[in-house]
Design a protein around this ligand. Structure first.
Ligand SMILES: Cc1cc2nc3c(=O)[nH]c(=O)nc-3n(C[C@H](O)[C@H](O)[C@H](O)COP(=O)(O)O)c2cc1C
Length: 252
């Protein structure tokens, strides 16, 4: 009886010990799980923070892109209304160019003279169809058939008073300056300024292509104009500028 009691007591003690050990194990495994879930929670938070940070970066990037777009738009608007100024030059080279030939000559002139450059931009750009001189109903044909046509210009030269000399470039259309050049000339007061026209053409000479412009700005001093080929060199265009006497410190 005594031995049986002892045995039972030992079994109970062992069971208690096993339970205690089990609890400890559970507790430590619980801690582990807690630790794991803590780690998971931390990782999730970190991830979330990272996501938020990257979202913010994306948002920032988008914002920057929007800002860049806005700046570009603003710059474009300013470019449309203002010549490329900054040189403080008193010479402006203003040109219209439908297919970029006259633009090349105008840029060489402006570079050589360190002058400001202004592109006369049509409110409604000319398409290839508009420029089809083989079609009597094309926009350019219709405009050139009407001496009173005045295609609208997008933008203006705000600081025209800054310039003493304005060199005016255009392509020859049917032997004349395109009507948009009349729109340009009639938009400003050129009294007291020196003006000279230059043009590019397929083969026609300068002729009297600037006669309508001279009539419109008859209080300006007009110098002899010049026709250039599309690929005229800077030497060629600067020779003409030198003949005009508008090169500041002439090397030509
Ligand atoms: C409607 C139209 C009419 C033209 N008429 C003539 C012309 O009478 N004589 C000529 O030699 N070239 C003529 N051309 C050719 C342009 O004068 C020439 O290609 C010029 O260099 C174009 O200059 P841009 O690229 O600055 O517009 C004409 C072109 C067009 C579109």
């Amino acid at each position: 009886m005594k031995n049986g009691y002892k045995k039972r007591a030992m079994v109970c003690a062992m069971l208690a010990l096993l339970w205690a050990l089990g609890l400890t194990a559970c507790a430590s495994s619980g801690n582990k799980e807690k630790n794991t879930s803590d780690t998971t929670a931390e990782t999730q938070t970190e991830l979330q923070e990272k996501e938020e940070a990257s979202m913010t970066q994306t948002e920032l990037q988008e914002k920057e892109e929007v800002n860049t777009d806005q700046t570009e738009l603003q710059e474009k608007e300013e470019a449309d209304t203002e010549p490329e100024t900054g040189s403080g030059s008193n010479i402006l080279v203003a040109y219209f160019s439908a297919t970029n030939n006259t633009e090349g000559v105008a840029q060489k002139l402006a570079d050589g003279l360190d002058a400001d450059l202004y592109e006369i931009m049509p409110e409604q750009p000319y398409t290839d169809e508009d420029l089809d001189y083989g079609d009597s109903n094309s926009r350019s044909s219709v405009e050139m058939d009407d001496p009173d046509a005045r295609p609208e210009i997008s933008g203006t030269v705000e600081n025209m008073e800054q310039y003493d000399t304005v060199l005016i470039g255009y392509p020859i259309w049917w032997g004349e300056a395109p009507r948009i050049m009349s729109t340009f000339i009639e938009s400003y007061d050129f009294e007291g300024k020196t003006l000279a026209a230059f043009c590019t053409s397929a083969s026609s000479g300068f002729g009297s292509s600037d006669s309508a412009l001279r009539t419109a700005a008859d209080k300006a001093t007009w110098l002899d104009g010049k026709r250039f080929s599309a690929g005229a060199s800077e030497e060629e265009v600067m020779e003409w500028a030198d003949e005009l006497g508008v090169v500041p410190d002439s090397e030509f």
